[in-house]
Design a binder for this molecule. Sequence first.
Ligand code: CMC
Length: 428
Amino acid sequence: MADTAQLKIGDKTYDLPVIEGTEGEKAIDISKLRDQSGYVTLDIGYKNTGATKSAITFLDGEVGILKYRGYPIEQLAEKSTFVEVAYLLIYGDLPSAEQLKNFELEISRHTLVHEDMKKFFDGFPSGSHPMGQLSSLIGALAAFNPASLKQSLSAEEVNLEIIKLIAKMSTIVSWIYKKSLGHPVIYPRNQYDYVTNFMHMTFGQRTEEVEIDPVVVSAMNKLLILHADHEQNCSTSTVRIVGSSDANLYASISAGISALWGPLHGGANQAVIEMLQKIKEDGGDTDKWIAKAKDKNDPFRLMGFGHRVYKNFDPRAKIIKKACDDILEKLGINDETLEIAKKLEEVALHDPYFVERKLYPNVDFYSGIIYTALGFPTDMFTVLFALGRLPGWIAQWKEMKANKEPIGRPRQIYVGATDKNYTDIKNR
Ligand code: CMC
């Protein structure tokens, strides 16, 4: 491979370093181009711009490969637990039995949330969206952990904030759900593993012991693992860019949660179920909705289809589709929306519009069906995505800090008005 690329502008030629990643990805380093030539590069939506060098997650969208720290997602989803994957992402490799035990123990020591945080729930109007609550509450954790605001935290201090955040996130997510029902919150029981504890706080009751089905815990582990990281994307890049200003961990993650909320990103799982329900209520004519999705004058898009980087298939969707069939069978659920989803997928996979544009089902096409089967209401889906994505965001934030990356600050090409003079308001 050539180690430089030449860029010719007019009669001048500039040498630009070429770099190669460990999986063979090649990039042209343009970081000095403006100093050398006065030119910046323009790439709206960062469709072809690498913003960092990262050793956390690799994905090849053309082939449909996703690996965390070198481990294929298929193996992790089948054999691992969410907490083990969180350790892998944050600390760089799978833990030994003792490391995992200590990690779980540390997390379990911090699951309680300050009682004053409960007052926030009284302030949110009933029916307010869980994502709005989550981003506010995670941002508010900084106020309850003033030590996290110190400018130079030691590695141990940073680690403590990471552990606290992982521990409190599941408590906060389950409390948001309880608040939506108007029910009292359920406190953590630290003899349970992380996911069982989460399900206990979410679906448990104060009055009687509710047994958490291991089938449900296993499905939940799988969903959280599949969402745990996805290299650079709207929310992760937000976390890194906010963190690059030296904003604290809680503020950075809260910003990532806000970025995830949109229906083109994490909000798609809610949008998929709403779409499937709408199609069902409309009589279930999938051809009609496929035609709407293809019509450029109709704003309707087939939610859960298409991806910025996967142009073959989304490996997460493959795993989740199977998990979806398994869990519905095990729980004895016959879901009409699943039938509609399968019909849509079948039609779209053979329709030239979708084939030509390489639009395939993504992770969110089936996740909502599983969440519904587990008992979650639709507006909780994106919050569950955030719970899963948390270790990835933390790992990316930690890596950005360790690499001492400079503050994120893109350039622009100005295309607005030039040289106007202020006129008095009476003369406008
Ligand atoms: N339904 C119908 N047409 C589509 C769809 C869709 N879901 N997605 C893309 N297209 C068309 C689009 O209209 C465009 O057509 P044309 O070339 O004729 O103008 C072409 O495909 C390329 O689309 P794009 O919007 O330029 O592609 P993008 O890479 O900018 O957007 C996306 C990717 C995921 C935002 C988009 O596919 C989409 O809106 N999908 C639906 C929302 C969704 O499921 N999002 C979840 C993503 S997975 C979870 C995550 O990781 O965040």
